[in-house]
Design a protein around this ligand. Structure first.
Ligand code: GAP
Length: 511
Protein backbone atom coordinates (compact mmCIF):
# COMPACT_ATOMS: atom_id res chain seq x y z
CA UNK A 1 0.00 0.00 0.00
CA UNK A 2 2.57 2.58 1.11
CA UNK A 3 4.96 1.29 -1.57
CA UNK A 4 2.27 2.15 -4.12
CA UNK A 5 1.96 5.63 -2.67
CA UNK A 6 5.72 6.06 -2.80
CA UNK A 7 5.85 5.02 -6.47
CA UNK A 8 3.17 7.60 -7.19
CA UNK A 9 5.17 10.26 -5.36
CA UNK A 10 8.24 9.54 -7.50
CA UNK A 11 6.39 9.52 -10.80
CA UNK A 12 4.32 12.61 -9.94
CA UNK A 13 7.52 14.48 -9.04
CA UNK A 14 8.92 13.71 -12.47
CA UNK A 15 5.78 14.23 -14.54
CA UNK A 16 5.12 17.67 -13.09
CA UNK A 17 8.66 19.08 -13.16
CA UNK A 18 9.62 18.72 -9.50
CA UNK A 19 12.43 16.16 -9.49
CA UNK A 20 14.38 14.42 -12.25
CA UNK A 21 17.01 11.71 -12.07
CA UNK A 22 20.41 13.36 -12.59
CA UNK A 23 21.98 12.71 -16.03
CA UNK A 24 18.93 10.76 -17.08
CA UNK A 25 19.87 10.67 -20.77
CA UNK A 26 23.00 8.72 -19.75
CA UNK A 27 20.85 6.31 -17.72
CA UNK A 28 21.17 8.39 -14.58
CA UNK A 29 23.60 8.66 -11.70
CA UNK A 30 22.69 6.62 -8.67
CA UNK A 31 21.24 8.59 -5.74
CA UNK A 32 21.77 11.98 -7.39
CA UNK A 33 18.76 14.08 -8.36
CA UNK A 34 17.99 17.39 -10.09
CA UNK A 35 15.19 19.73 -9.12
CA UNK A 36 13.01 20.86 -12.02
CA UNK A 37 11.15 24.12 -12.56
CA UNK A 38 8.54 23.50 -9.86
CA UNK A 39 10.88 21.63 -7.55
CA UNK A 40 13.35 24.51 -7.45
CA UNK A 41 10.56 26.91 -6.43
CA UNK A 42 9.25 24.60 -3.72
CA UNK A 43 12.77 24.02 -2.42
CA UNK A 44 13.48 27.77 -2.34
CA UNK A 45 10.28 28.37 -0.40
CA UNK A 46 11.26 25.74 2.19
CA UNK A 47 14.65 27.44 2.51
CA UNK A 48 12.97 30.78 2.96
CA UNK A 49 10.67 29.36 5.67
CA UNK A 50 13.70 28.01 7.51
CA UNK A 51 16.00 31.02 7.02
CA UNK A 52 13.47 33.60 8.10
CA UNK A 53 12.30 31.53 11.10
CA UNK A 54 15.79 30.64 12.27
CA UNK A 55 17.88 33.66 11.32
CA UNK A 56 15.77 36.76 10.80
CA UNK A 57 13.20 36.03 13.52
CA UNK A 58 15.93 35.54 16.14
CA UNK A 59 17.91 38.55 17.24
CA UNK A 60 20.80 36.39 18.40
CA UNK A 61 21.17 34.18 15.30
CA UNK A 62 23.02 35.20 12.14
CA UNK A 63 23.45 33.39 8.84
CA UNK A 64 26.58 32.67 6.80
CA UNK A 65 27.47 30.91 3.57
CA UNK A 66 30.79 29.09 3.85
CA UNK A 67 32.69 27.29 1.06
CA UNK A 68 32.27 23.61 0.31
CA UNK A 69 36.05 23.16 0.08
CA UNK A 70 37.75 23.41 3.45
CA UNK A 71 41.27 22.80 4.68
CA UNK A 72 41.72 19.02 4.97
CA UNK A 73 42.80 19.25 8.63
CA UNK A 74 39.21 20.32 9.36
CA UNK A 75 38.08 16.74 8.88
CA UNK A 76 40.88 15.26 10.92
CA UNK A 77 39.97 17.60 13.80
CA UNK A 78 36.24 16.98 13.52
CA UNK A 79 36.76 13.24 13.69
CA UNK A 80 35.32 12.56 10.25
CA UNK A 81 38.54 11.05 8.87
CA UNK A 82 38.65 8.48 11.65
CA UNK A 83 35.05 8.02 12.66
CA UNK A 84 32.65 9.00 9.87
CA UNK A 85 32.02 5.41 8.92
CA UNK A 86 29.05 3.22 8.24
CA UNK A 87 29.12 -0.52 8.93
CA UNK A 88 28.66 -2.31 5.63
CA UNK A 89 27.89 -5.91 4.87
CA UNK A 90 27.78 -7.75 1.57
CA UNK A 91 25.60 -10.63 0.59
CA UNK A 92 27.85 -13.33 -0.88
CA UNK A 93 25.16 -14.73 -3.17
CA UNK A 94 23.52 -11.60 -4.52
CA UNK A 95 26.71 -9.49 -4.34
CA UNK A 96 24.53 -6.68 -3.01
CA UNK A 97 25.88 -4.30 -0.40
CA UNK A 98 23.91 -3.09 2.62
CA UNK A 99 24.36 -0.99 5.71
CA UNK A 100 24.33 -3.50 8.55
CA UNK A 101 22.59 -1.08 10.93
CA UNK A 102 19.89 -0.33 8.35
CA UNK A 103 19.18 -4.04 7.86
CA UNK A 104 18.65 -4.32 11.61
CA UNK A 105 16.55 -1.14 11.77
CA UNK A 106 14.39 -2.39 8.90
CA UNK A 107 13.87 -5.62 10.83
CA UNK A 108 12.66 -3.51 13.79
CA UNK A 109 10.40 -1.50 11.47
CA UNK A 110 8.69 -4.79 10.55
CA UNK A 111 8.04 -5.49 14.23
CA UNK A 112 6.72 -1.95 14.53
CA UNK A 113 4.38 -2.74 11.64
CA UNK A 114 2.95 -5.53 13.80
CA UNK A 115 2.32 -3.02 16.59
CA UNK A 116 0.50 -0.76 14.15
CA UNK A 117 -1.66 -3.69 13.02
CA UNK A 118 -2.61 -4.41 16.65
CA UNK A 119 -3.49 -0.74 17.12
CA UNK A 120 -5.65 -0.66 13.98
CA UNK A 121 -7.46 -3.85 15.01
CA UNK A 122 -8.10 -2.52 18.51
CA UNK A 123 -9.25 0.86 17.20
CA UNK A 124 -11.84 -0.94 15.10
CA UNK A 125 -12.94 -3.11 18.01
CA UNK A 126 -13.31 -0.31 20.56
CA UNK A 127 -14.58 2.38 18.22
CA UNK A 128 -14.85 5.88 19.63
CA UNK A 129 -13.85 4.86 23.14
CA UNK A 130 -10.41 3.72 21.92
CA UNK A 131 -7.52 5.28 23.81
CA UNK A 132 -4.38 4.64 21.76
CA UNK A 133 -1.97 5.85 24.43
CA UNK A 134 -3.46 3.51 27.02
CA UNK A 135 -3.55 0.60 24.57
CA UNK A 136 0.10 0.79 23.54
CA UNK A 137 1.26 1.13 27.14
CA UNK A 138 -0.77 -1.81 28.50
CA UNK A 139 -1.51 -4.37 25.79
CA UNK A 140 0.73 -7.41 26.47
CA UNK A 141 1.33 -8.22 22.81
CA UNK A 142 2.30 -4.64 21.96
CA UNK A 143 4.54 -4.48 25.01
CA UNK A 144 6.27 -7.69 23.96
CA UNK A 145 6.89 -6.34 20.43
CA UNK A 146 8.19 -3.06 21.86
CA UNK A 147 10.51 -4.98 24.19
CA UNK A 148 11.91 -6.92 21.23
CA UNK A 149 12.61 -3.67 19.37
CA UNK A 150 14.25 -2.03 22.38
CA UNK A 151 16.46 -5.05 23.07
CA UNK A 152 17.64 -5.27 19.47
CA UNK A 153 18.35 -1.54 19.12
CA UNK A 154 20.13 -1.34 22.45
CA UNK A 155 22.38 -4.24 21.58
CA UNK A 156 23.13 -2.80 18.15
CA UNK A 157 23.86 0.63 19.66
CA UNK A 158 26.28 -0.87 22.17
CA UNK A 159 28.07 -3.01 19.59
CA UNK A 160 28.50 -0.08 17.22
CA UNK A 161 29.75 2.14 20.00
CA UNK A 162 32.27 -0.49 21.04
CA UNK A 163 33.24 -1.13 17.41
CA UNK A 164 32.21 -4.75 17.97
CA UNK A 165 31.35 -5.50 14.35
CA UNK A 166 31.40 -9.26 14.95
CA UNK A 167 28.45 -8.83 17.28
CA UNK A 168 26.59 -6.75 14.66
CA UNK A 169 26.99 -9.68 12.27
CA UNK A 170 25.96 -12.13 15.00
CA UNK A 171 22.82 -10.05 15.59
CA UNK A 172 21.93 -10.15 11.88
CA UNK A 173 22.31 -13.90 11.91
CA UNK A 174 20.37 -14.40 15.15
CA UNK A 175 17.50 -12.33 13.80
CA UNK A 176 17.69 -14.39 10.58
CA UNK A 177 17.74 -11.25 8.49
CA UNK A 178 17.79 -12.08 4.80
CA UNK A 179 18.85 -10.06 1.74
CA UNK A 180 15.67 -8.02 1.08
CA UNK A 181 15.99 -8.63 -2.67
CA UNK A 182 16.97 -12.30 -2.91
CA UNK A 183 16.21 -13.78 0.50
CA UNK A 184 19.76 -15.12 0.90
CA UNK A 185 21.27 -15.22 4.40
CA UNK A 186 24.84 -15.79 3.23
CA UNK A 187 26.59 -12.70 4.64
CA UNK A 188 30.20 -11.46 4.72
CA UNK A 189 31.78 -9.93 7.81
CA UNK A 190 30.72 -6.40 8.75
CA UNK A 191 33.32 -3.71 7.84
CA UNK A 192 33.62 0.03 8.34
CA UNK A 193 33.42 2.30 5.29
CA UNK A 194 34.30 6.03 5.32
CA UNK A 195 31.59 8.15 3.74
CA UNK A 196 33.61 11.18 2.66
CA UNK A 197 34.28 11.91 -1.01
CA UNK A 198 37.89 12.78 -1.76
CA UNK A 199 39.05 15.21 -4.42
CA UNK A 200 42.19 17.18 -5.30
CA UNK A 201 43.05 20.87 -5.36
CA UNK A 202 45.87 22.05 -7.61
CA UNK A 203 46.95 21.82 -11.24
CA UNK A 204 49.80 19.30 -11.13
CA UNK A 205 49.39 15.82 -9.77
CA UNK A 206 52.50 15.91 -7.56
CA UNK A 207 51.59 19.22 -5.93
CA UNK A 208 47.87 18.63 -5.63
CA UNK A 209 46.39 18.74 -2.17
CA UNK A 210 43.95 16.07 -1.06
CA UNK A 211 40.60 17.54 -0.11
CA UNK A 212 37.22 16.24 0.94
CA UNK A 213 33.83 17.42 -0.15
CA UNK A 214 32.22 18.47 3.11
CA UNK A 215 29.96 15.78 4.61
CA UNK A 216 28.15 18.38 6.76
CA UNK A 217 27.86 22.17 6.65
CA UNK A 218 28.43 22.48 10.42
CA UNK A 219 32.24 22.59 10.22
CA UNK A 220 32.06 25.74 8.06
CA UNK A 221 30.26 27.34 11.00
CA UNK A 222 32.77 26.16 13.61
CA UNK A 223 35.70 27.47 11.56
CA UNK A 224 34.00 30.87 11.35
CA UNK A 225 32.95 31.01 14.99
CA UNK A 226 35.61 33.59 15.95
CA UNK A 227 35.17 35.67 12.76
CA UNK A 228 31.43 35.98 13.31
CA UNK A 229 31.61 36.43 17.08
CA UNK A 230 34.15 39.25 16.76
CA UNK A 231 32.86 41.01 13.63
CA UNK A 232 29.27 40.76 14.84
CA UNK A 233 30.11 41.52 18.48
CA UNK A 234 27.98 38.53 19.39
CA UNK A 235 27.31 37.66 23.02
CA UNK A 236 26.53 34.17 24.31
CA UNK A 237 24.10 32.60 23.78
CA UNK A 238 24.08 33.13 20.01
CA UNK A 239 23.67 31.07 16.88
CA UNK A 240 25.21 30.81 13.42
CA UNK A 241 23.12 29.24 10.68
CA UNK A 242 23.68 28.20 7.10
CA UNK A 243 22.10 26.34 4.22
CA UNK A 244 24.34 24.45 1.84
CA UNK A 245 25.37 21.32 0.01
CA UNK A 246 26.84 18.30 1.73
CA UNK A 247 28.21 15.10 0.19
CA UNK A 248 28.29 11.54 1.47
CA UNK A 249 29.26 8.37 -0.34
CA UNK A 250 26.27 6.51 1.06
CA UNK A 251 26.64 2.72 0.86
CA UNK A 252 23.03 2.17 0.04
CA UNK A 253 21.37 5.24 -1.27
CA UNK A 254 17.71 4.62 -1.78
CA UNK A 255 14.21 5.89 -1.16
CA UNK A 256 14.48 8.61 -3.78
CA UNK A 257 15.70 11.93 -2.36
CA UNK A 258 15.60 10.60 1.23
CA UNK A 259 19.19 9.37 1.12
CA UNK A 260 21.34 10.95 -1.55
CA UNK A 261 25.04 11.29 -2.22
CA UNK A 262 24.73 15.05 -2.81
CA UNK A 263 22.16 16.88 -0.69
CA UNK A 264 21.48 20.09 1.18
CA UNK A 265 21.43 20.76 4.90
CA UNK A 266 19.95 23.61 6.90
CA UNK A 267 22.03 23.76 10.06
CA UNK A 268 22.31 26.04 13.05
CA UNK A 269 24.96 25.91 15.76
CA UNK A 270 23.85 27.58 18.97
CA UNK A 271 26.81 28.57 21.19
CA UNK A 272 26.05 28.58 24.90
CA UNK A 273 27.71 28.83 28.27
CA UNK A 274 28.97 25.40 29.44
CA UNK A 275 26.52 23.80 31.82
CA UNK A 276 23.47 25.37 30.16
CA UNK A 277 23.58 23.18 27.04
CA UNK A 278 21.01 20.59 28.09
CA UNK A 279 18.47 23.29 28.89
CA UNK A 280 19.03 24.80 25.41
CA UNK A 281 18.91 21.34 23.88
CA UNK A 282 15.37 20.87 25.28
CA UNK A 283 14.37 24.35 24.10
CA UNK A 284 15.60 23.74 20.58
CA UNK A 285 13.84 20.38 20.42
CA UNK A 286 10.59 22.15 21.21
CA UNK A 287 11.24 25.09 18.88
CA UNK A 288 12.13 22.89 15.95
CA UNK A 289 9.12 20.60 16.44
CA UNK A 290 6.86 23.66 16.44
CA UNK A 291 8.48 24.89 13.21
CA UNK A 292 7.61 21.59 11.55
CA UNK A 293 4.11 21.33 12.96
CA UNK A 294 3.20 24.89 11.97
CA UNK A 295 3.23 23.77 8.33
CA UNK A 296 0.06 21.81 9.04
CA UNK A 297 1.10 18.38 7.75
CA UNK A 298 -0.50 16.74 10.81
CA UNK A 299 0.99 16.73 14.31
CA UNK A 300 0.71 12.93 14.56
CA UNK A 301 3.18 12.60 11.70
CA UNK A 302 6.08 13.69 13.91
CA UNK A 303 7.78 12.03 16.84
CA UNK A 304 11.07 12.30 18.71
CA UNK A 305 13.56 9.47 18.72
CA UNK A 306 16.36 9.65 21.28
CA UNK A 307 19.65 8.24 20.01
CA UNK A 308 20.84 4.93 21.42
CA UNK A 309 24.27 5.44 19.93
CA UNK A 310 25.63 8.95 20.42
CA UNK A 311 27.88 10.41 17.71
CA UNK A 312 31.49 10.96 18.68
CA UNK A 313 30.80 14.64 19.48
CA UNK A 314 27.47 14.53 21.36
CA UNK A 315 26.28 14.32 24.99
CA UNK A 316 22.61 14.20 24.00
CA UNK A 317 20.92 13.70 20.65
CA UNK A 318 17.45 13.18 19.26
CA UNK A 319 15.86 12.98 15.84
CA UNK A 320 12.59 14.47 14.81
CA UNK A 321 11.11 11.65 12.78
CA UNK A 322 8.43 12.09 10.14
CA UNK A 323 5.95 9.57 8.85
CA UNK A 324 7.17 9.17 5.26
CA UNK A 325 5.30 6.80 2.92
CA UNK A 326 7.85 4.15 3.95
CA UNK A 327 7.37 4.72 7.70
CA UNK A 328 8.72 6.96 10.45
CA UNK A 329 12.26 8.08 9.56
CA UNK A 330 14.71 10.79 10.58
CA UNK A 331 13.92 14.23 9.24
CA UNK A 332 16.02 16.41 11.54
CA UNK A 333 18.74 15.89 14.11
CA UNK A 334 19.14 17.92 17.29
CA UNK A 335 22.49 17.38 18.97
CA UNK A 336 24.17 18.70 22.06
CA UNK A 337 27.73 18.71 20.64
CA UNK A 338 29.53 19.86 23.81
CA UNK A 339 32.77 21.80 23.14
CA UNK A 340 34.14 18.94 21.07
CA UNK A 341 34.45 20.74 17.74
CA UNK A 342 35.79 24.12 18.90
CA UNK A 343 38.31 22.43 21.19
CA UNK A 344 39.44 20.08 18.42
CA UNK A 345 39.95 22.96 15.97
CA UNK A 346 41.83 24.88 18.65
CA UNK A 347 44.17 21.94 19.12
CA UNK A 348 44.72 21.24 15.43
CA UNK A 349 45.12 24.88 14.38
CA UNK A 350 47.07 26.11 17.38
CA UNK A 351 44.77 29.19 17.49
CA UNK A 352 42.87 30.12 20.61
CA UNK A 353 39.12 29.69 20.01
CA UNK A 354 37.34 30.89 23.10
CA UNK A 355 34.80 33.35 24.41
CA UNK A 356 35.55 36.11 26.88
CA UNK A 357 32.65 36.50 29.27
CA UNK A 358 32.44 40.14 30.40
CA UNK A 359 30.13 39.27 33.25
CA UNK A 360 32.37 36.70 34.92
CA UNK A 361 35.67 37.98 33.53
CA UNK A 362 36.71 34.55 32.31
CA UNK A 363 37.49 32.89 29.01
CA UNK A 364 36.05 29.53 28.06
CA UNK A 365 35.13 27.34 25.11
CA UNK A 366 31.39 27.60 24.43
CA UNK A 367 29.24 24.50 24.25
CA UNK A 368 27.11 23.93 21.17
CA UNK A 369 23.56 22.80 20.51
CA UNK A 370 22.97 22.00 16.86
CA UNK A 371 19.79 21.72 14.83
CA UNK A 372 20.28 20.05 11.45
CA UNK A 373 17.54 19.35 8.95
CA UNK A 374 17.96 17.92 5.47
CA UNK A 375 16.40 20.23 2.90
CA UNK A 376 15.71 17.37 0.51
CA UNK A 377 14.10 15.32 3.29
CA UNK A 378 11.95 18.33 4.16
CA UNK A 379 10.99 18.49 0.50
CA UNK A 380 10.06 14.80 0.48
CA UNK A 381 8.07 15.15 3.71
CA UNK A 382 6.06 18.10 2.38
CA UNK A 383 5.63 16.66 -1.11
CA UNK A 384 4.66 13.10 -0.17
CA UNK A 385 2.28 14.25 2.56
CA UNK A 386 0.55 16.67 0.17
CA UNK A 387 -0.07 14.29 -2.72
CA UNK A 388 -3.69 13.14 -2.63
CA UNK A 389 -6.03 11.24 -4.90
CA UNK A 390 -9.66 12.24 -4.47
CA UNK A 391 -12.87 10.79 -5.75
CA UNK A 392 -15.25 13.64 -6.52
CA UNK A 393 -19.01 13.71 -6.08
CA UNK A 394 -19.59 12.91 -9.75
CA UNK A 395 -17.38 9.81 -9.42
CA UNK A 396 -14.44 11.31 -11.32
CA UNK A 397 -10.97 11.38 -9.78
CA UNK A 398 -8.55 14.19 -9.30
CA UNK A 399 -4.93 14.29 -8.16
CA UNK A 400 -4.18 17.27 -5.97
CA UNK A 401 -0.91 18.38 -4.41
CA UNK A 402 -2.32 20.05 -1.34
CA UNK A 403 0.92 21.82 -0.41
CA UNK A 404 0.96 24.35 2.42
CA UNK A 405 -0.04 27.42 0.37
CA UNK A 406 2.97 29.44 1.53
CA UNK A 407 5.30 26.82 0.04
CA UNK A 408 3.48 26.29 -3.27
CA UNK A 409 5.73 26.92 -6.31
CA UNK A 410 3.04 28.97 -8.06
CA UNK A 411 0.60 30.91 -5.93
CA UNK A 412 -2.01 31.68 -8.59
CA UNK A 413 -2.66 30.80 -12.23
CA UNK A 414 -4.39 33.38 -14.38
CA UNK A 415 -6.45 31.74 -17.09
CA UNK A 416 -8.35 33.47 -19.91
CA UNK A 417 -11.41 31.38 -20.76
CA UNK A 418 -10.62 31.75 -24.47
CA UNK A 419 -7.59 32.96 -26.38
CA UNK A 420 -9.40 35.89 -28.04
CA UNK A 421 -11.80 38.83 -27.58
CA UNK A 422 -9.35 40.73 -25.35
CA UNK A 423 -9.40 38.13 -22.55
CA UNK A 424 -5.64 37.34 -22.79
CA UNK A 425 -4.81 41.07 -22.55
CA UNK A 426 -7.08 41.47 -19.52
CA UNK A 427 -5.49 38.43 -17.88
CA UNK A 428 -1.99 39.78 -18.60
CA UNK A 429 -2.85 42.94 -16.65
CA UNK A 430 -3.69 40.81 -13.59
CA UNK A 431 -0.48 38.82 -14.03
CA UNK A 432 1.57 42.02 -14.18
CA UNK A 433 0.15 43.26 -10.91
CA UNK A 434 0.27 40.02 -8.92
CA UNK A 435 3.75 39.14 -10.20
CA UNK A 436 5.22 41.96 -8.11
CA UNK A 437 4.43 40.02 -4.94
CA UNK A 438 3.92 36.37 -5.89
CA UNK A 439 5.11 33.77 -8.34
CA UNK A 440 2.10 33.56 -10.68
CA UNK A 441 1.56 31.92 -14.03
CA UNK A 442 -0.36 32.72 -17.18
CA UNK A 443 -1.84 29.75 -19.02
CA UNK A 444 -4.13 29.75 -22.06
CA UNK A 445 -3.66 26.23 -23.50
CA UNK A 446 -6.32 23.49 -23.15
CA UNK A 447 -9.85 23.56 -21.78
CA UNK A 448 -10.44 25.33 -18.49
CA UNK A 449 -11.14 22.01 -16.75
CA UNK A 450 -7.80 20.57 -17.88
CA UNK A 451 -6.00 23.71 -16.80
CA UNK A 452 -7.59 23.46 -13.32
CA UNK A 453 -6.48 19.84 -13.01
CA UNK A 454 -2.94 20.69 -14.01
CA UNK A 455 -2.79 23.46 -11.43
CA UNK A 456 -4.17 21.08 -8.77
CA UNK A 457 -1.41 18.63 -9.64
CA UNK A 458 1.37 21.17 -9.10
CA UNK A 459 -0.23 22.54 -5.96
CA UNK A 460 -1.33 26.02 -7.10
CA UNK A 461 -3.68 27.32 -4.38
CA UNK A 462 -5.65 29.70 -6.65
CA UNK A 463 -6.91 29.77 -10.22
CA UNK A 464 -8.22 33.05 -11.56
CA UNK A 465 -10.40 32.74 -14.63
CA UNK A 466 -11.05 35.70 -16.90
CA UNK A 467 -14.24 35.53 -18.99
CA UNK A 468 -16.26 37.91 -21.16
CA UNK A 469 -18.09 39.41 -18.15
CA UNK A 470 -14.71 40.34 -16.68
CA UNK A 471 -14.29 42.96 -19.42
CA UNK A 472 -17.49 44.71 -18.29
CA UNK A 473 -17.51 44.36 -14.50
CA UNK A 474 -13.79 43.85 -13.67
CA UNK A 475 -14.61 40.67 -11.81
CA UNK A 476 -13.12 37.18 -12.24
CA UNK A 477 -13.83 33.64 -11.05
CA UNK A 478 -11.56 32.67 -8.20
CA UNK A 479 -11.18 28.92 -7.64
CA UNK A 480 -9.74 27.41 -4.46
CA UNK A 481 -7.49 24.36 -4.96
CA UNK A 482 -8.49 22.38 -1.87
CA UNK A 483 -12.27 22.86 -1.83
CA UNK A 484 -12.66 23.58 -5.57
CA UNK A 485 -15.06 26.30 -4.45
CA UNK A 486 -15.49 29.03 -7.06
CA UNK A 487 -16.58 32.56 -6.39
CA UNK A 488 -16.87 35.78 -8.26
CA UNK A 489 -14.57 38.52 -6.99
CA UNK A 490 -13.58 42.00 -8.11
CA UNK A 491 -9.99 42.17 -9.39
CA UNK A 492 -9.14 44.75 -6.71
CA UNK A 493 -9.87 42.10 -4.02
CA UNK A 494 -7.50 39.48 -5.47
CA UNK A 495 -4.35 40.63 -3.77
CA UNK A 496 -5.83 40.60 -0.26
CA UNK A 497 -7.51 37.21 -0.68
CA UNK A 498 -4.38 35.55 -2.02
CA UNK A 499 -2.14 37.20 0.54
CA UNK A 500 -4.14 35.85 3.45
CA UNK A 501 -3.49 32.28 2.30
CA UNK A 502 0.02 32.38 0.86
CA UNK A 503 1.94 34.98 2.82
CA UNK A 504 4.53 33.20 4.95
CA UNK A 505 4.19 35.83 7.64
CA UNK A 506 1.08 34.05 8.94
CA UNK A 507 3.21 30.98 9.59
CA UNK A 508 5.87 33.05 11.36
CA UNK A 509 3.20 34.59 13.57
CA UNK A 510 2.36 31.10 14.88
CA UNK A 511 5.94 30.12 15.76
N1 GAP B 1 25.83 18.26 11.37
C1 GAP B 1 25.13 17.14 11.87
C2 GAP B 1 24.75 16.19 10.85
O1 GAP B 1 25.16 16.28 9.71
P1 GAP B 1 23.23 14.09 10.42
O2 GAP B 1 22.18 13.47 11.30
O3 GAP B 1 24.27 13.21 9.82
O4 GAP B 1 23.88 15.25 11.29
C3 GAP B 1 21.55 15.86 9.51
O5 GAP B 1 22.48 14.86 9.24
C4 GAP B 1 20.38 15.79 8.56
O6 GAP B 1 20.85 15.82 7.21
C5 GAP B 1 19.57 14.51 8.65
O7 GAP B 1 18.60 14.60 9.67
C6 GAP B 1 18.94 14.43 7.28
O8 GAP B 1 17.76 15.22 7.23
C7 GAP B 1 19.98 15.05 6.38
N2 GAP B 1 20.77 14.01 5.69
C8 GAP B 1 21.80 13.30 6.18
N3 GAP B 1 22.27 12.44 5.26
C9 GAP B 1 21.52 12.61 4.15
C10 GAP B 1 21.52 12.02 2.84
N4 GAP B 1 22.42 11.11 2.48
N5 GAP B 1 20.58 12.44 1.94
C11 GAP B 1 19.69 13.40 2.29
N6 GAP B 1 19.65 13.98 3.49
C12 GAP B 1 20.54 13.61 4.42
Amino acid sequence: MSEDIFKKVVSHAKEYGFIFQSSEIYDGLSAVYDYGQNGAELKNNIKQYWWKAMVQMHENIVGIDSAIFMHPTTWKASGHVDAFNDPLIDNKDSKKRYRADVLIEDHCAKIEGKIEKEVTKAAKRFGETFDKEQFVTTNPRVLEYQKQIDTILQRMGKSLENEDLDDVKALIEELEIADPVTGSKNWTEVRQFNLMFGTKLGATADQAMDLYLRPETAQGIFLNYLNVQKSGRMKLPFGIAQIGKAFRNEIVARQFIFRQREFEQMEMQFFVKPGTELEWYEKWKETRLRWHQTLGLGNDNYRFHDHEKLAHYANAAADIEFKFPFGFKELEGIHSRTDFDLKAHEQHSGKKIQYFDNETNESYTPYVVETSVGLDRMFLAVFSNSLKEEVLEDGSERVVLALPAALAPIKAAILPLVKKDGLPEFAEQIVKKLRLDYNVMYEEKDSIGKRYRRMDAIGTPFCITVDHDSLNDNSVTLRYRDTMEQKRVHIDELHAIIDKEVNMKYLFEQL
